[in-house]
Design a protein around this ligand. Structure first.
Ligand code: ZN
Length: 406
């Protein structure tokens, strides 16, 4: 398939996809033949960009969109979410995940990093929708202690080799202890040992609320990341450590995460909705060597899976909390939402270049957020800079007309 007359990096281009890869990119040629069924003429009204990676999802929670609005995290979890999750069947999780993947693809996301139970249901939905990414089994102490749940947990650990052998290369498995307040030290070590033995990502909620930090200090004498480090978790899983939220950190914790080349996932909309906090220490984490990525969290707390909205909120929070309008510019937050996510998931992807997997989306630049691009005499660099700023600050996921992935 050839896409003619679309913008790539500010230049009007033609792009060809052959057998799932980008085989050709060149400056647009005027000799367009309207009768070729393998060609789409974008008439200069589309802009191609690498697809997003949503680095912290609970896909099946699309079934619980906006549930428990107005409650703080612990009350929201115990009074609203856990009782509803207790009633979910594997088929519900499959259907919830299908719905989430439709929403992700419609807004330009093709890769995701999921944390939920019934991994096989989410994997089945991800395969059907052609998603890339990592599906992790989420466990709490109840998944080890409750006899009925323990069977399911054992099934994952005992049948891991079989589960992974049947996966396409674009989908991988991970383990996800829910958080330090819901998983004991013994079970955290067990899961980390398993992750270490099988070279799996270790995905966990960390330092999401001030209360988590204070309770950890009260109970263990140190804050969350230091506690995990003392348990030997960071040394065991190293750069495969993925900490979702990471809001309430001190300098020592940031240094520990940086020394281990860990990944953290900022979920600004979820943090704001649950009143968990807003002072994400992006510059400090980046400068310490932490791979900072972006996620929405599940639909129950972020209400949608729109990565454009998440980019905008992340960038605005940095500008606002640092009293610095130049903080986290559009180009950098776009890189966080794409490149850093692929790096965290170990997906080799160079973006829009010849030989890369076809994995991109098209933006309708004839819509109001992009009218400024009609200015004449823009250089490709100026056009690209304007476009990315309008994408992040003026547009929403519904400006995306098509998501293409192989
Ligand atoms: Zn979460």
């Amino acid at each position: 398939m050839t896409y003619k007359n679309l913008y790539i990096d500010g230049i009007l281009s033609d792009l060809t996809v052959t057998d799932g890869s980008i085989s050709h990119i060149e400056a647009a040629k005027p000799d367009f033949n309207n009768h070729n069924t393998n060609t789409v003429d974008c008439h200069g009204k589309r802009w191609a960009l690498p697809a997003f990676v949503n680095m912290h999802t609970h896909s099946a929670m699309s079934l619980f969109r906006s549930a428990g609005s107005g409650l703080p995290l612990q009350q929201w979890l115990h009074d609203t979410i856990f009782p509803m999750e207790a009633k979910l069947t594997p088929d519900d999780i499959y259907r919830g995940a299908l719905q989430a993947f439709d929403e992700m693809r419609a807004s330009g996301t093709t890769a995701f990093n999921d944390m939920y139970f019934c991994t096989e249901s989410t994997l089945r939905a991800a395969r059907e929708k052609g998603m890339l990414g990592t599906v992790s089994l989420s466990v709490t102490d109840a998944d080890f202690d409750n006899p009925e749940k323990a069977i399911q947990t054992r099934h994952f650990f005992d049948h891991y080799e079989h589960l992974t052998a049947n996966l396409p290369p674009e989908l991988t498995l991970a383990v996800a202890p829910h958080a330090i307040y819901s998983v004991s030290a013994k079970n955290l070590r067990y899961v980390a040992d398993f992750a270490c033995e099988h070279s799996l990502p270790f995905h966990i909620h960390i330092s999401e609320t001030q209360a988590e930090r204070e309770n950890c200090i009260k109970e263990h004498g140190v804050p969350t990341v230091v506690y995990l480090d003392k348990l030997g978790i960071l040394d065991k899983v190293g750069s495969r450590f993925i900490g979702a939220h990471a809001l309430w950190l001190d300098e020592t914790e940031i240094r520990i995460l940086g020394d281990h080349h860990a990944t953290v996932v900022h979920c600004p909309n979820s943090n704001l909705k649950l009143g968990s906090g807003f002072r994400f220490l992006y510059n400090e984490l980046r400068d310490a060597g932490v791979n900072v990525t972006l996620g929405t969290d599940g639909c129950a707390s972020s209400d949608n899976l729109d990565m454009i909205e998440a980019m905008k909120v992340m960038s605005l929070l940095q500008k606002g909390t640092r009293l610095d309008a130049s903080a986290l510019p559009a180009e950098e937050v776009f890189r966080i939402a794409t490149h850093n996510g692929y790096r965290a998931l170990g997906i080799d992807y160079c973006g829009l270049c010849i030989g890369a997997r076809a994995n991109f989306f098209l933006v309708d630049i004839s819509r109001p957020p992009f009218t400024i691009l009609k200015q004449p005499d823009l250089t490709p660099e100026q056009r690209k800079h304007l476009f990315l700023n309008q994408l992040v600050y003026a547009a929403h996921g519904d400006c995306i007309t098509e998501t293409i992935t192989a």
